[in-house]
Design a protein around this ligand. Structure first.
Ligand SMILES: Nc1ncnc2c1ncn2[C@@H]1O[C@H](COP(=O)(O)OP(=O)(O)OP(=O)(O)O)[C@@H](O)[C@H]1O
Ligand SMILES: Cc1cn([C@H]2C[C@H](O)[C@@H](COP(=O)(O)O)O2)c(=O)[nH]c1=O
Length: 210
C-alpha cells in the first residue's frame, strides 16, 4: 500500500494554525482524501495526559529540560500509537505542531540550544520527520492579541510567558526555517482567514497534488 504523507503546521501562539486545520477537515474529507487530523502535545490518551502536566498554569517550577523531555515523550507515544500506523495505512496525517516547536520554544526561546533539543528528539522520533511543514508567520504581538480576544480559549502556561519569550520563539523559528528550507513553506498568517486558508490549499495542491 502507498504510504500517506506527514504534514505539520507550525508557528507562534495565535497564528491561526488550529483554525485553518479545522476549516481544512471539511474540504479534505469532501475531496475523498483519507486523512487524520491531530495535534501535539496530545492526539492520544497518554500524550494528552502529558499535555495536562506541561501546560498546567500551576506548574511554574517546571525546569526547561524537564519541559523539553516531556514534549519529546509525548511526541514519541503519539508517533508510534497514531501517526506512523496511519501513514503506513495510506492516510495523510495533518499535525498541529511537531519537532520544530521544540526547537523554537525549548531549544531557542528557553535557551537550551537548538542542537541539544534536536538530539533528544532524534531519540524520540528515530528518523521520522515531516514530508512538509507549513509555517504560519505572524508578529507574536498580533498572535497574542488574537488569543486574548478569544474569551472561550483556555490560557495555558506557555501563553503566560512575556512578549520577550514569544519574540524569541519567532527568532528560533527563523533559524529552524533556514536549516530546513526544503521542508518548510512560509504562509503569511497576517491576512484574512479565508486568504490564509486559500494559500494553505495552494501549497498542499502544489506539493502533495491534493
Ligand atoms: N487570519 C486570522 N485573522 C484574525 N483572527 C484569526 C485569524 N486566524 C485565527 N484567528 C483567531 O485567532 C485566535 C487564535 O487562533 P488559533 O487558535 O487558530 O491559533 P493557533 O495558531 O492554533 O494558536 P496556538 O498555537 O496558540 O493554539 C482564534 O480566536 C482565531 O479565531
Ligand atoms: C509541541 C510543542 C508545543 N509547545 C508549546 C507551544 C504552545 O504554546 C503550547 C501548545 O499549545 P497549543 O495551543 O496546542 O499550540 O506548547 C512547545 O513549547 N514545544 C513543543 O514541542
Amino acid at each position: 500500500m502507498l504510504k500517506g504523507k506527514f504534514i505539520t503546521f507550525e508557528g507562534p501562539d495565535g497564528a491561526g494554525k488550529t483554525t485553518v486545520l479545522e476549516m481544512l477537515v471539511k474540504d479534505i474529507n469532501e475531496s475523498g482524501i483519507d486523512a487524520v487530523f491531530t495535534r501535539e502535545p496530545g492526539g492520544i490518551h497518554i500524550a494528552e495526559k502529558i499535555r495536562e502536566v506541561i501546560l498546567n498554569k500551576e506548574h511554574t517550577e517546571m525546569d526547561s529540560r524537564t519541559e523539553a523531555l516531556l514534549y519529546a515523550a509525548a511526541r514519541r507515544q503519539h508517533l508510534v500509537e497514531k501517526v506512523i500506523p496511519s501513514i503506513n495505512n495510506g492516510k495523510h496525517v495533518f499535525c498541529d505542531r511537531f519537532i520544530d516547536s521544540s526547537l523554537a520554544y525549548q531549544g531557542y526561546a528557553r535557551g537550551i540550544g537548538i542542537d541539544e533539543v534536536f538530539s533528544i528528539n532524534e531519540f524520540a522520533i528515530n528518523g521520522f520527520m515531516p514530508d512538509l511543514t507549513l509555517y504560519f508567520k505572524i508578529d507574536p504581538k498580533t498572535g497574542l492579541k488574537r488569543i486574548a480576544k478569544n474569551k472561550g480559549r483556555e490560557i495555558n502556561r506557555l501563553d503566560l510567558e512575556d512578549i520577550s519569550f514569544h519574540n524569541k520563539v519567532q527568532e528560533g523559528y527563523e533559524k529552524v526555517i533556514s536549516s530546513f528550507q526544503e521542508r518548510i513553506v512560509v504562509i503569511n498568517a497576517n491576512q484574512a482567514i479565508d486568504k490564509v486558508l486559500q494559500d494553505v490549499k495552494n501549497v498542499l495542491k502544489e506539493h502533495l497534488h491534493f
